[in-house]
Design a protein around this ligand. Structure first.
Ligand SMILES: [Mn+2]
Length: 494
């Protein structure tokens, strides 16, 4: 059975010895970050702070910042399992016809409608055991942490922000940070290219006033993760969560807004944003490792809070990579690879190393069959969903292990002829990019580090890799013990 809620996941982590309860008093301002950061760097357990100064609500942090905990969260041995399940489902849905690009895109669309994974609507939801409205709404009663010294305020950092497309009625779930302005208002940092921001823009375009928003804190771990995943706009995060869990997620109607919210969340904030109303948001210590500077963003007005009787407040912090979002994003990289291959089938593997915080550096291996194909991959990725924000794309041949940064550096440094192998282009860039003089628009670099052939103007004959002949390797293995070197290099197969 999949985890019903956050507390079942906490209990599981505890049973694995991978969660530590801390009963000493801790300050939600900076102190929790410093403690959690030290544990993160040490590869330590998830933390449940039970005695947060000024609050009676426990704080969960570091729940996802290890490969093992991400795997447990999604109930897999490795994210490749999920990728394989997704791949076989794609094949199933795709059926017989030759998979042209249009068919492939339809496949993606059809995945949305797989009934077994659709959310189920329930009443009497745990997330609504207590309802607070009007003057009882007070965000300062939540143990919201201030992550870094220059942060403008405390931030809600692990919210599942729920909005509905004003045109189609489809709900979207995204994780966007929320700066607390006062008891009943926060910032809503949905970045330009995120679906929440699209809903906000189209509600403004229609001029019909408020866009209703609900924010779920806590819930089952698969739902939390899917909120962080860059799904195409019309793919429902809760269907993906249902697919991962092999069981539909339970939702319930919110109390004061026309939205469905995860029934097993710990806390739900209900309210609205007004098109055109913006307020300075930031600075915030971001996952770039820099503070993102103050900029205007929409304002979220909280009108109602529902919660469990004894809720747990989940949070995270980001900073110089790797921080927790790296492990959440690594799963995204693995799970989305089959979807990327639907569009660019020559791609073998992808690595988004921690240092590149996803969109700054993407390493790709590909099977090159014709001249210029690496550029096709570069341009293709720059046209594909949120990968369009990628600043640097490095393409290597299929036999290069892109998960091995040393090998990639070696191949790239050797293989490129910079005058011929670099592509510089302009396009949309991430809101958080610090280098471009213009926000959200800037330049990108593609590096073709594949072997070149005559079709690409290279006529010298690409040199072979150096490897020892198999006969000699076998012979030396057989004779290894005789050489008396076992104490330095153990004999093969020992
Ligand atoms: Mn979405």
């Amino acid at each position: 059975m999949p985890y019903q809620d956050l507390r079942e996941f906490i209990a599981f982590l505890e049973s694995k010895g991978d969660l530590r309860r801390i009963s000493a008093p801790v300050d939600p301002e900076l102190e929790i970050t410093e403690i959690a950061h030290r544990l993160l760097r040490a590869g330590g357990p998830a933390l449940l702070f039970e005695n947060v100064i000024g609050h009676d609500m426990p704080v969960l942090i570091n729940a996802f910042c290890a490969e093992r905990r991400m795997n447990w969260a999604l109930d897999v041995d490795s994210p490749d399992e999920l990728a394989a399940r997704l791949e076989s489902m794609i094949e199933l849905v795709q059926g017989g016809p030759p998979p042209g690009i249009v068919n492939k895109l339809r496949t993606l669309g059809r995945l949305v409608h797989v009934g077994a994974y659709q959310p189920r609507i329930i009443s009497n939801a745990p997330c609504q055991e207590v309802t607070l409205s009007d003057d009882d709404v007070d965000l300062y009663r939540l143990p919201i942490i201030k992550c870094w010294p220059e942060d403008a305020a405390p931030y809600i950092t692990l919210p599942l922000v729920i909005t509905k497309d004003p045109e189609t009625g489809t709900q979207n779930y995204g994780i966007y940070r929320m700066q607390v302005y006062d008891r009943r208002t926060t910032g809503m940092h949905w970045q330009t290219h995120k679906v929440g921001a699209r809903h906000y823009r189209s509600s403004g375009a229609r001029g019909d006033g408020r866009l209703e928003v609900a924010v779920a804190l806590g819930g089952d771990p698969a739902s939390i993760w899917t909120g962080s995943a860059p799904l195409p706009p019309d793919i429902d995060e809760m269907v993906l969560a249902g697919f991962i869990r092999d069981r539909g997620v339970e939702l319930t109607p919110a109390k004061s807004v026309d939205l469905l919210v995860p029934a097993h969340a710990e806390i739900v904030l209900e309210g609205y944003v007004v098109p055109g109303e913006e307020r300075v948001e930031g600075p915030f210590g971001d996952h770039t490792g820099y503070y993102s500077l103050a900029e205007p963003y929409p304002v979220f007005h909280v009108t109602t809070i529902t919660r469990r009787r004894n809720p747990i407040y989940p949070t995270t912090f980001v900073g110089r990579p790797p921080t927790e979002d790296y492990w959440m994003g690594k799963v995204t990289e693995r799970v989305f690879l089959p979807l990327i291959k639907l569009i660019l089938p020559e791609i073998c593997d992808i690595n988004m190393p921690a240092e590149g915080i996803f969109h700054n550096l993407v390493l790709v291996s590909m099977k090159k069959e014709y001249p210029g194909q690496a550029r096709k991959v570069i341009y293709g990725l720059w046209g594909l969903g949120l990968l369009s924000l990628t600043k640097v794309i490095v393409v290597v041949d299929d036999f290069v292990d892109v998960q091995n940064l040393s090998e990639v550096a070696w191949r790239v440094a050797n293989n490129i002829n910079p005058g011929a192998d670099l592509v510089i282009a302009d396009g949309p860039i991430d809101d958080l990019d610090v280098a471009s003089p213009t926000a959200r628009f800037g330049s990108k670099l593609g590096i073709d580090a594949t072997r070149k052939g005559p079709g690409e103007g290279y006529h010298r004959g690409w040199p072979p890799d150096i490897t020892m002949s198999p006969e000699i390797r076998a012979q030396v293995s057989r004779r290894w013990s005789e050489l008396g070197l076992d104490d330095i290099v153990p004999p093969p197969n020992s």
